[in-house]
Design a protein around this ligand. Structure first.
Ligand code: ASP
Length: 341
């Protein structure tokens, strides 16, 4: 009896505020997909819950729910996985109206592609932050835990809302559209085009410098939730002396569009000479510069299937063309889409 009284009088006030505090923390869903952040060079890749349990600091900031979606190196990512990922995210957003943000752990090889795909197809204001690492968990100064905690801090910050899908690595915040992996090994592997990083994760607070200007998420016109697959699009790399039979091969493949990763300014070798004589009704051909800086000037060439990607590199131009093809096959309309996103 005395013990019960003690519990009622003394413990309850202590327990009460603790629970109250829990209720003030945002709900965060962490979706795991594999990558180096889940890797140990001496052991199999960690299961999602195990990966997140290794960073207990996360629970100081949020009520964490973990879902392992896939466990792969991101070089094995596919459009089919993107499609089921964005559908699953939509289900989770609809299930929990209080969801504060979604963190996706991901390999860095295709992180920029997944981020751009979600940036264009996630039809919600719930922030998504992708995070990975350059070092495996068993390496000295592994960067995964700090990156993960920083991603969470960014995701739950008020300012993350309305900025589209974000990527956090090495204390930098990038817009999903503009992120580029630019080093094979170092922890500062990610650069962010001329648009620059849009913020920084300081120990003291999360700071945003700017916001993306291109359309994304709730302003995007692409609704893929009912689609069974995405239209296939191939990328062909141009180079000095490309043989025209390479283009003939890609032209004949069962794709619905083609992206040429061209020279600076959108210039192409003679192997692609034929594209300027193809009719407008031919499947669209997007020209993307393989130079990371500046944009291709000019626009869709009247009467041809040619569209220019502006400043999007070929891997992202392919994603935008796949999505554009769900709406139109008209090169002029596709060019408008490239100008908008
Ligand atoms: N192999 C890794 C991947 O899944 C590389 C990384 O995550 O940094 O992309």
């Amino acid at each position: 009896m005395i013990r019960k009284l003690f519990i009622a009088l003394f413990l309850f006030p202590i327990v009460g505020p603790l629970f109250a505090q829990e209720a003030t923390k945002p709900d965060v869903l962490i979706v795991t997909t594999g990558g180096t952040i889940a890797s140990n060079t001496n052991a199999p890749m960690s299961e999602g819950h195990e990966l997140i349990r290794a960073v207990p600091e996360l629970t100081k900031y949020a009520n964490i729910d973990v879902e392992e979606f896939v466990r792969i190196g991101s070089s094995k990512m596919t459009p089919a996985i993107w499609l089921s990922l964005v559908k699953r995210i939509n289900e989770r957003v609809e299930e929990n109206p209080n969801l504060g943000c979604i963190i996706i752990t991901h390999g860095t090889d295709t992180m920029e592609e997944t981020a751009f795909f979600l940036n264009l197809t996630h039809r919600s204001t719930v922030p998504i932050v992708l995070v990975g690492s350059m070092r495996s968990s068993n390496e000295i100064s592994a960067d995964g835990p700090a990156n993960l905690l920083n991603a969470l801090r960014v995701g739950i910050s008020e300012e993350a809302i309305g900025k589209g899908v974000l990527v956090v690595l090495n204390e930098n915040i990038s817009a999903g559209r503009d992120l580029i992996k630019s080093h094979n090994r170092r922890v500062d592997a990610f650069a962010s085009t001329e648009r620059g990083f849009i913020g920084s994760v300081d120990p003291e607070k999360v700071v945003f410098y700017s916001a993306p200007t291109k359309a994304h998420t709730i302003k995007s016109e692409f609704n893929v939730y009912q689609l069974a697959s995405l239209p296939p699009v191939d990328i062909v790399q141009d180079y000095a002396g490309l043989d025209s039979t390479i283009f003939s091969y890609y032209k004949a493949r069962p794709n619905q569009g083609l992206v040429i990763s061209s020279f600076a300014g959108g210039r192409v070798s003679n192997g692609f000479r034929e594209i300027f004589n193809l009719p407008e009704s031919h499947k669209p051909i997007v020209i993307a510069s393989s130079i990371k800086g500046g944009r291709i000037m000019g626009s869709n060439r009247e009467g041809t299937p040619i569209v220019v990607s502006n400043d999007l590199p070929a891997n992202k131009a392919r994603i935008l063309l796949m999505l554009a093809l769900t709406k139109t096959k008209e090169p002029r309309e596709i060019q408008q889409i490239f100008d908008k996103y």
